[in-house]
Design a protein around this ligand. Structure first.
Ligand SMILES: [Fe+2]
Length: 345
């Protein structure tokens, strides 16, 4: 398979007949010039409008199913109104835009770039063929970028699924920690909801909780499953698991927003936790929530080194650690959750 390149040829080719182009220009003769040139070059669907703010709206009003592959926008460099219209268009249209002026204008080109538009052409100087080439290039570049992004996200999602399986494998080694991460995710989401997080944040918090102990993959089993107390050396190895997780997962952009919570789920409100001894709100909220949910699930489930705690003792312990190990406000929310969901004492 040496030399194999996975990019399919067909992605490089622009289907001119079906590409939907919109030309926005305030000067009628230039609108006509663009339209004639593009149609001559084989672009089958070219709509033209004056370059006014409601032009796109008008375009979609005519047929809501329309989509726009590329906009050619004729800028009048001397008109601030024209620049404002282009700026507004950039705000509502994320696809490729080709900005044109009649004459080459370096300042205008710079302003176009500053608006995040890479494609610029002095169409009056370079003519029809240059316009054809620029449009083709912009469409191709956009198509390839979209393809890379889609593939990248698909691949990253697959990684997340594989990682979730790895968490299950990791937990299944110890019958007492089976489902631990998913239980921590459940409690974390409940606390987060009480704290007022939106649904999207709750999903991300839940995912961070699923991966919170992922770094234990780098801790020897003899330490993980030790029945008695850990020695200082063993504990030092154990304390590395939050940063191991951060390092292992840092290459996945899809999880980047979760890493601070994962790396700091063993910090304590009073600063006596690890790895960085962060105090109070220095620890990210999701990390503070996971710390509480993690401690609770550990208290109420059996471990190789301990029996589950009675619910009454758990409540005493939560009160004891309120404002020291855990944020007081979160403990209050959590006790309300326990009152509601855990009736059995
Ligand atoms: Fe942990």
């Amino acid at each position: 398979m040496k030399g194999y390149r996975p990019v399919a040829q067909s992605y490089d080719e622009v289907d001119r007949a079906s590409s939907e182009l919109v030309v926005l220009h305030d000067v009628l003769s230039w609108r006509e010039f663009h339209e004639v040139a593009l149609r001559r070059a084989g672009f089958g669907q070219v709509a033209t409008y004056p370059a006014q703010p409601d032009a796109l709206q008008e375009h979609f009003n005519q047929s809501p199913n329309r989509h726009v592959d590329l906009i050619v926008f004729g800028v009048q460099p001397q008109s601030e109104m024209s620049w404002e219209n282009l700026r507004q268009l950039r705000g509502v249209f994320s696809g490729p835009v080709l900005a044109t002026t009649e004459l080459q204008d370096d300042k205008a080109q710079e302003r176009v770039r500053a608006l995040g538009i890479q494609d610029y052409l002095a169409v009056g100087e370079f003519g029809e063929e240059a316009l054809e080439l620029k449009v083709e290039t912009a469409l191709t570049a956009h198509r390839i970028n979209t393809m890379i992004l889609e593939n990248d996200l698909r691949t990253q999602r697959l990684f997340v699924n594989i990682l979730t399986v790895m968490v299950r494998i990791l937990e299944s080694k110890d019958p007492y920690t089976r489902f631990h991460s998913h239980a921590v995710a459940k409690w974390s989401r409940m606390i987060g909801r009480r704290k007022g997080l939106c649904e999207e944040d709750l999903d991300r918090l839940g995912l961070a909780a699923v991966f919170h102990d992922f770094g234990k993959i780098g801790v020897p089993e003899a330490i993980l499953n030790k029945a008695g107390a850990l020695t200082d050396e063993e504990f030092a190895v154990m304390r590395k698991h939050p940063t191991i997780a951060r390092d292992l997962l840092s290459s996945l952009e899809l999880l980047s927003d979760l890493l601070p919570a994962i790396a700091h789920h063993h910090e304590r409100w009073d600063g006596s936790g690890y790895p960085d001894g962060l105090k109070g709100e220095q620890t990210p909220l999701w990390g503070r929530i996971i710390a509480l949910a993690d401690a609770y699930d550990t208290m109420v489930t059996r471990r190789t080194y301990k029996d589950p705690m009675a619910m009454a003792d758990v409540r005493v312990e939560l009160d004891r650690c309120r404002g020291t190990q855990f944020e007081a406000d979160l403990v209050d929310h959590f006790k309300a959750i326990l009152d509601e969901y855990v009736k059995v004492v």
